[in-house]
Write a protein that binds this ligand. Structure first.
Ligand code: HEC
Length: 332
């Protein structure tokens, strides 16, 4: 039953496709739309009905006919009696060849304006031509293009970092301590002592409660049997000479370097507590009266702006801290 109905459907479909072709022509005028009829189509000729004499004209011939008529200014069958447009006039003199634009225009039967020959396409501006000719970004480059904003952010972040900020006094001092003057070689990297005395745990600050005296000591070094530092130091004043070793003088250091390395020993290693008001905008140490310790030429000066050292390298003002309103240094 089921098979039967299926086969019946199949055979009926086959039958319809294998049957006679659909009739075209006079019986189906809508198939072509255009029929050439002689004038007086209803009149019979030689007894044959006029309808049977009708001949189907191919569409392309009709289109060419319309085009030619339009070119000659006679008007197409849909634009019967239309006056030749001025645009069509050149086609008349141009003859055969010039009718081409008109033909395309007339191929779509419509108003008289569409029969006018199309204007020559305007030449493209050079920048448009260049844009068309230019190579486009290939697809494989897209990940690169997509990454560009991320790269931009990363790049901007590298720019926000201060590029070439001068190291602070303490940073420079740390570099000097473990660098060329090689203080660390005798005093230990963290000031624990060695050939030289222990500096850490406030030891150095106890020896020199006033910074100017340590500045002079590092500049000149120690002498055997010549006491140095605070006479009232706990454990007694330093006698001069430590296990048979002396502290070499460092006259080669500039005033700026001297201050930097001494600050490192006192503050970073020794743990001296510095009041915030004694620090300048770049972290540089000021006298207790707020005056700079280095003048414009980088020379050490006291709180009154006078040279801290004599030309011989001894203190010109042995009381500079107290003279500027300060007191003995304390450790935190
Ligand atoms: C060759 C080894 C040596 C080097 C290098 C050295 N020192 Fe000394 N330092 C000593 C000795 C030894 C003493 C003890 C001197 C004495 O008692 O006479 C000393 C003592 C000191 C003291 C006094 C410590 C105290 O509490 O008595 C200071 C401050 C000091 N040195 C700073 C420095 C600085 C700053 C540098 C580097 C610029 C430096 N030293 C490099 C050997 C050295």
């Amino acid at each position: 039953m089921h098979l039967d109905s299926k086969s019946a459907r199949t055979s009926s479909r086959l039958g319809s496709s294998a049957g006679p072709p659909p009739i075209v022509g006079a019986e189906r005028p809508e198939a072509t739309g255009q029929l050439a009829a002689p004038t007086g189509a209803t009149r019979s000729t030689c007894g044959i009905p006029a309808e049977e004499l009708l001949t189907e004209v191919p569409e392309h011939l009709l289109a060419r006919s319309r085009a030619r008529r339009a070119a000659l200014g006679l008007g197409g069958d849909t634009t019967e009696g239309a006056k030749p447009t001025p645009a069509a006039a050149p086609a008349e003199t141009g003859g055969e060849v010039a009718s081409t634009p008109a033909a395309t225009a007339a191929a779509k039967p419509s108003t008289a304006t569409s029969a006018a020959p199309q204007k020559e396409p305007e030449p493209l501006p050079p920048y448009v031509e260049a844009a068309i000719r230019r190579k486009k970004i290939p697809y494989w480059a897209m990940p690169v293009v997509a990454f560009l904003p991320i790269w931009g952010v990363l790049y901007a972040q590298t720019l926000t970092k201060a590029p070439s900020k001068e190291p602070s006094q303490l940073e420079a001092g740390a570099a000097l301590y473990s660098g060329k003057p090689a203080c660390a070689g005798c005093h230990g990297a963290t000031g624990g002592g060695g050939t030289g005395r222990k500096l850490a745990e406030c030891e150095v600050v106890k020896t020199f409660p006033f910074i100017e005296q340590q500045l002079e000591f590092v500049k000149l070094g120690s002498k055997q049997g010549q006491p140095y530092g605070d006479p009232n130091r706990e454990g007694g004043q330093r006698p001069g000479g430590y296990n048979g070793s002396l502290m070499p003088g460092f006259k080669s250091l500039t005033d700026k370097e001297l201050l930097e390395v001494v600050r490192h020993e006192r503050e970073t290693i020794g743990g001296e507590k510095i009041e915030p008001k004694r620090l300048g905008p770049n972290g540089e140490l000021l006298w207790p009266n707020g005056k700079p310790m280095l003048d414009a030429s980088g020379k050490l000066v006291d709180g009154d702006g006078k040279p801290l050292f004599t030309p011989e390298g001894t203190l010109a003002n042995a009381n500079a801290t107290e003279a500027a309103g300060g007191s003995k240094a304390q450790c935190g």
